[in-house]
Design a protein around this ligand. Sequence first.
Ligand SMILES: Nc1ccccc1C(=O)C[C@H](N)C(=O)O
Length: 360
Amino acid sequence: QSNQKPLLASSNHNKMADYDEDTTPSSPSRRTPVLDPTDNSTIIGHHYPGFDYTGERICPLQTLDIWFPVGAAQEAPWLVYIHGGAWRDPAIDSSSFNASATKILSTLFQQPLEQRKKKLGGIASINYRLSPYPNHPTNPSDDPTDDSRRAKHPDHIADVLTALDHLHKFYLMQSYVLVGHSCGATLALQACMDPVRWKDLEESVSIGYRGVYEVAKPKTVVGLNGLYDLAGFINNPPKGYERLREAYREFVTGAFGSDEKVWREACPASAERWLGQWKLGHWQGKRKVVLVQSLEDSLVPVEQTEGMAAYLEKENEQLDEDNKIEVAVLMEKKGGDHDEIWQRGDRLGEILVAVLDWEI
Ligand SMILES: Nc1ccccc1C(=O)C[C@H](N)C(=O)O
């Protein structure tokens, strides 16, 4: 219910319809106040949709949304969200964080200004180019020249990193918590890896766009109903999820191509030296990973989260005390189905406020 109209129009004839030169992303007229849901009149923040992060207006999905809490200090930690949708679903975009963002702003607004000021500098939600979805029931990707719908790995992660760079450069973002749902969780963990992996790959598949790769890494990553080992699922789907094997193979091939080696190297639970490549920026403190899994998820089995947690535990054994990462795993008994975690927003907002409290 909280999800707004997706950025991509259903008909490809007006694929640029939502991308109007006249409504410049920074124009104040596009700023909407966020009202406290408890009284519907107090302004608790401002929402700015549709900032172009490439600076070149390349395509309508290379944009991000920002929410500023009232009284925020921009140098406080940021919360950055990456939506899911199997790298291809045109109906899921940055607006899928609307409900959670409102919950976070309203929860923090209850705290004294001096306290909340240090907790959250801003919230961002990133759009990125999607891979083809030719058999989508209502909005198939049938225009081969539409850059929004023909992305191929590493385009998705290149867009995410470019967006993060934009937030650092133009919005003073310093440390940040990177949150991702489903394939957004894969992307969040990919953002910790050495970007050389993607840069080399891009040389061979790119359509000409060159993103930014070198960006400061997150301090904390939160994965929600995440995909962490795609080859593992396709080769050996857990009991009860066998029916999804071909669907997984289809979207994974659409996003990464048919070479299983590429899937393995792109996935955090199967890539070599994933954790070793996660270097912190100039700020201090331990790296943290929070894994949240809805136990009623009919699309992503709990084994994905368990496998990721086991991988982190094993890697941690190799590290000395100072370098170990902190891991928290939340199994949500009443989390609902795959997308309900962001659709409802309340519980997710609560979890993310707790993560921000943990940051300080
Ligand atoms: N089958 C999945 C398995 C795992 C994670 C997502 C999906 C999806 O189907 C996502 C999206 N709604 C899609 O239409 O591709």
